[in-house]
Design a protein around this ligand. Structure first.
Ligand code: SF4
Ligand code: SF4
Length: 377
């Protein structure tokens, strides 16, 4: 087992050196940037592109950025989407077939990515969600997804410990944050102070990259200040009633609350798009009209779409009530049977980005409050 290096201190003006070293090692860096009024991951080369002094403020169906005048680059808490789109692409070609002049079909698979990607900014909830996506896409129970596996293999993760929480956060109650768990997999984790970062390595690669920077050890005062700042992120106003709601939800399939939610839910699927752990997709063929070639495509799907439950001429979940019930019961109940835990890491994105502001923690609280009362349906 690798012995972790003690925490080191990375001065603020040396973060660029970390970027330069990673780029020299062949990594393309993705980091947080303000685009269209939201913090998103996008390619960057320099620290000048990071969102300096920018705080995000979330509430159900509400998201605002504000400048707090500080020099900090990581005062924001949650990107609009996690890293899911960078590993599990929203749209992907799985294979192509072409027909030659003799009528013979030739099949080809796209070359898997070998690009080295370094992403800076992942929070504890994102790391936990990534671990869930690994569990699904790299499962030994079925063949690992080669596209996801290739990108994941070349990924270098620089995680950031949160130093504040926003109104939609509830990772403390799911057990996934707010501090980054080394077992959830990062190469480097950092906590931002005014003059720089307390930095720890969580992998052999992270250790090598840290050594290249020739940093001094972090002082006790710096480590204490980092812990103090991290403690701010534990002040979360939302929580799930329990980390295991399997039986509660499976016993509440006929609860009247599903109708009440359906009267507000638009079946838009925003929640599943922004959720860092959702993994559903659909496949379709795109063929040339002359029959010369065809491509098999997959793209993100959602339990809120009409087509997602279409089977043999019937749409099984034909209304919003059934679709919302599927989303919540799969995430918080079915996942326990499939993956041994819930599928929610408490990032709060589905609360912020839901147009009518449906709050899963509030809905779970109602279903939990009434547990047992609808057992007989
Ligand atoms: S269900 Fe909502 S809060 Fe939980 S991980 Fe998904 S988006 Fe985040
Ligand atoms: S819960 Fe909200 S985000 Fe999800 S489908 Fe319904 S309206 Fe859209």
């Amino acid at each position: 087992m690798m012995h972790p290096l003690p925490p080191h201190f990375l001065p603020r003006d040396q973060l660029q050196q970390l970027f330069d070293n990673l780029q020299r090692n062949g990594h393309q860096i993705y980091g947080p940037q303000v685009h269209d009024g939201a913090i998103v991951y996008a390619p960057l080369k320099s620290t000048s592109a990071l969102p300096q002094g920018v705080e995000d403020h979330h509430a159900p169906a509400s998201y605002r950025l504000k400048n707090n005048g500080s020099e900090h680059w990581f005062d924001w808490v949650s990107t609009a989407q996690g890293v899911k789109p960078l590993l599990f692409r929203p749209h992907e070609t799985l294979w192509r077939a072409t027909r030659d002049a003799m009528g013979t079909l030739h099949f080809e698979e796209p070359v898997n990515s070998t690009a080295k990607l370094a992403i800076i900014g992942l929070r504890a909830c994102d790391l936990a969600a990534l671990k869930l996506q690994d569990r699904h896409f790299l499962s030994i129970n079925h063949s690992p997804d080669p596209f996801y596996a290739a990108r994941r293999q070349h990924l270098f993760i620089i995680a950031i410990n949160c130093t504040r929480a926003v109104e939609s956060c509830f990772c403390s109650s799911t057990g996934d944050g707010p501090r980054c768990d080394p077992t959830a997999g990062f190469d480097i984790a950092m906590t931002e102070l005014d003059s720089g970062f307390v930095i720890t390595s969580g992998s052999l690669q992270g250790r090598q990259v840290t050594k290249q920077l020739a940093l001094r050890s972090a002082s006790k005062a710096e480590c204490d200040e980092a812990a103090q700042r991290e403690a701010n992120a534990t002040r979360q106003v939302r929580a799930v009633p329990s980390q295991n709601m399997r039986d509660t939800l499976f016993n509440a399939l006929d609860h009247p609350q599903w109708d009440e939610i359906a009267s507000r839910c638009l079946s838009c699927g925003n929640c599943t798009s922004v959720c860092p752990s959702c993994f559903c997709y659909s496949e379709q063929s795109e063929a040339e009209l002359d029959g010369s070639s065809s491509e098999q495509q997959r793209e993100w799907d959602s339990c809120f779409t009409q087509g997602h439950s279409y089977m043999h001429g019937i749409t099984v979940r034909h209304d919003t009530r059934l679709r919302y019930r599927q989303w919540l019961t799969h995430k918080f109940a079915g996942w326990h049977d499939q993956y041994g835990r819930s599928g929610c890491t408490g990032c709060g994105r589905c609360i912020t980005w839901c147009p009518p502001g449906i709050d899963i923690t509030a809905e779970l609280a109602i279903l939990n409050r009434d547990r047992g009362e609808t057992d007989d349906g």
